[in-house]
Design a protein around this ligand. Structure first.
Ligand code: GDP
Ligand code: MG
Length: 695
């Protein structure tokens, strides 16, 4: 409309602070609002008329900082620096105000036309606290609104403030509150700043903005500088300044800048936050004083992990036995109905033997998922990531790497690898992706449960399983450390994890999560594993050996195994597996594990049901009675399983996520298998030499 003025307003804030809810109220739209982070992935926009203005609102993805490295955070950062909205509405979740003001500290450096919406006031009040918004307005020099967006907001007041801010902004001014980067850093900023041409893009932002970003190692800005004529001079000065600051503070400029910004946020909080009810105890704070305590954090973490396993094995044990009995009964039933021949062999040995040996672990998987969901929903898992950050840093990973590793543990490496997308630096991401498959995923679990069940007395089973988990973590961290020392990178990352308040999880939610994840496991058994079970059965059945004794069932002669395709490949590979205490059958089982780890169990199941006529014995008993195994061989087998190449699904996803990097692919497939062989070799040979567990 002629004469109308356009105003672009961007909504910026931490994930889950209520941006989309406010966007909907301001624009009158009813978009999907979610209560989990990451609902707004791309930006959304909507325009409305107000008096003589066309106001366009843009709902940006949530971000914790503008030093964004991760892809969804970049959308927000790029929008703010390239599109330069007329007004930024900073939505602040007041129940987590300090973290939210950290983002504000960076926004003040980009624009002076900011409006603050203090949201979630209801949650803040329920904690016995309140905010003095007038004080905040005076302190920061920007308009402040306190809202409960999920109820309603004073849309008209906000719209008119947008217009006045827009009109006032024509007289350029800086916001009143600014981050003070200390004299030492300011001096260096001055030196860098003097070399940067004033015509450079972005130099219209706050004084020092470009120089500050350079100190922060911002790759985008560094690229910009690299295109300049004077780049060598600037980069030289930058190196000098970084060195000087490091020398002075004994910390990298990145971390100091982060600390100073937090200090800024903290000082605002101290001024504006009031305690209304003095004696109200914040349960979350009380629990966190223990859970995040310097000395207690790690023991509590270990205890929680142990509880998950104890719970799983104690309660699932009887059910797994019932399932086992059921599948044996079912196998017999079918075996008695069907006439002898190939079809019977396919169904009994191939399908029920293969899929059944996996399905019986379904209760175990369900209990495990339930326990994990419990700690996830209660709010502990976020603390676990926080607690692990310091340890992870030592291995060149970030606390955020813990989540992908956790997802893979008892779950699946594939979602684990995909979850690394939330990591900030490429190097962290690559390393994390590489070590995620070392975790004991839900598919390795039945393999371990089987072998441990055979070779360890009942009371040692849980501790042994627990030790395997610890071992998997040690291996992953060691490999991460080695990779960290070999890959060079200039990126620095800082952990920002939301610590939600604790609450008692709703049973319905837990059961739902358990069921969804459990169903995935069954689906895998019903599709991929079924298919592979049939393939493996065929590999053992064809080509056929000539019938020598017609009284024997063709499929079950030892001759048939040697004659079959699988037997031939196994024989071919036997010399490689011999030094690590494995025979042809185990070599075949391990090879089949490339398809999916749980297939190892079903392959052993198929091999033993083809080899032995006794349908009444469980696979566990069959292995127990097989003199070609020993407990040392069992342990070597476990170690090999733990380390060698991941399943094809993980490998494919990893390859894709590394942008089809062949070197990393080979490292994962061949490197890990070689490493597994070396570790197994050492253990087996030492065990043999010391005569440990060789019976
Ligand atoms: P966004 O990620 O910043 O876009 O946040 P959303 O607008 O999706 O809101 C996240 C969740 O917080 C939703 O479940 C909202 O209903 C809820 N929410 C928004 N504002 C408030 C508020 O002021 N108080 C409370 N208790 N909940 C709110
Ligand atoms: Mg949103």
């Amino acid at each position: 409309m002629p004469g109308n003025k356009n105003i672009i307003v961007a909504l910026v804030g931490n994930p889950n602070s209520g941006k989309s809810t406010i966007f909907n109220s301001l624009t009158g739209e009813n978009q999907h609002v979610g209560n989990y982070p990451g609902v707004t992935v791309e930006k959304r926009e909507s325009t409305r008329k107000y008096n003589d203005y066309n106001i366009t609102f843009i709902d940006l993805p949530g971000t914790y900082s503008l030093s964004a490295y991760s892809s969804d955070e970049t959308v927000t950062k790029d929008f703010l620096i390239y599109q330069k909205p007329d007004i930024i509405i900073n939505v602040i979740d007041t129940s987590n105000i300090e973290r939210n003001l950290y983002l504000f500290s960076q926004i003040t450096e980009l624009s002076s036309s900011i409006i603050i919406i203090l949201n979630m006031i209801d949650i803040l009040k329920s904690k016995g606290k309140d905010i003095d918004e007038n004080k905040m307005e005076n302190l920061l020099g920007v308009p402040v609104f306190a809202t409960i967006a999920s109820k309603n907001i004073s849309t008209i007041n906000i719209l008119s403030t947008i217009v006045t801010t827009f009109e006032n902004n024509k007289i350029k001014k800086q916001p009143r509150a600014k981050v003070d980067y200390t004299d030492v850093i300011k001096e260096e900023l001055d030196k860098i700043d003097s070399l940067i041409p004033k015509t450079l893009e972005f130099s219209m932002f706050a004084k020092y903005w470009v120089s500050l970003k350079l100190l922060e190692n911002d790759t985008q800005i560094l690229k910009l500088i690299e295109n300049l004529k004077d780049r060598d001079k600037i980069l030289q000065q930058l190196q000098k300044s970084i060195k000087h600051i490091k020398g002075h503070f004994n910390q990298s400029p990145c971390s100091i800048i982060v600390n100073i910004r937090y200090g800024f946020a903290n000082s605002i909080v101290k001024t504006i936050l009031k305690n209304t009810t003095r004696n109200k105890i914040d349960i979350t704070e009380v629990i966190d004083t223990f859970v995040l305590n310097k000395y207690l954090a790690i023991p509590i973490f270990a205890l929680v992990m142990y509880m998950i396993f104890k719970f799983t094995f104690t309660f699932s044990g009887p059910l797994v036995n019932i399932f086992d009995i059921f599948f044996k009964w079912f196998e017999n039933l079918i075996a008695n109905i069907l006439p002898a021949g190939e079809l019977k062999s396919l169904i009994v040995d191939g399908i029920i033997g293969g899929v059944g040996s996996l399905l019986k672990f379904f209760p175990l998987v369900l209990f495990m998922f339930f326990a994990i969901a419990f700690f996830e929903d209660s709010g502990y898992m976020a603390r676990a990531a926080f607690v692990m950050d310091k340890i992870m840093n030592r291995f060149g990973l970030s606390g955020k790497s813990f989540l992908p590793l956790m997802l893979s543990t008892n779950g699946c490496a594939v979602p684990g690898i995909l979850a690394t997308r939330t990591l900030d630096s490429n190097k962290d991401r690559l390393i994390t992706m590489f070590v995620v498959p070392f975790m004991i995923c839900g598919a390795k679990l039945p393999v371990f449960a089987l072998i441990i069940g055979v070779f360890f007395p009942r009371k040692y089973q849980t501790p042994t399983m627990f030790m395997m988990y610890i071992l998997s973590i040690i291996i992953a961290l060691t490999i991460a450390k080695i990779l960290n020392n070999t890959i060079s990178s200039t990126e620095a990352s800082h952990l920002v994890i939301e610590l939600p308040p604790y609450h008692i999880p709703a049973l319905k939610g837990l059961l739902l999560k358990m069921w969804e994840r459990g169903l995935l496991y069954v689906k895998k058994a019903g599709t991929v594993i079924l298919f592979i079970s049939i393939l493996i059965w065929a590999a053992f059945t064809y080509p056929k050996a000539p019938i020598i004794n017609s009284n024997l069932r063709v499929m079950k002669t030892p001759l048939q195994i040697d004659y079959s395709l699988a037997g031939r490949v196994g024989s071919l590979l036997e010399p490689i597996f011999k030094p690590i205490g494995m025979d042809k059958n185990r070599a075949i089982a391990l090879m089949s594990g490339f398809a999916a780890k749980e297939v190892i169990v079903s392959t052993l199941g198929t091999i033993y049901s083809i080899e032995e006529n006794d349908q009444h014995k469980s696979l566990k008993d069959k292995i127990k009675n097989d003199s070609s195994w020993s407990s040392l061989k069992g342990i070597t087998f476990l170690i090999f399983c733990l380390i060698y190449m991941p399943c094809i699904a993980s490998v494919i996803v990893f390859f894709k996520e590394t942008n089809y990097n062949y070197k990393w692919l080979l490292g994962m497939v061949l490197g890990n298998t070689l490493l597994a062989w070396i570790c197994s070799f050492i253990i087996f040979q030492i065990g043999n030499f010391l005569k440990i567990g060789i019976i």
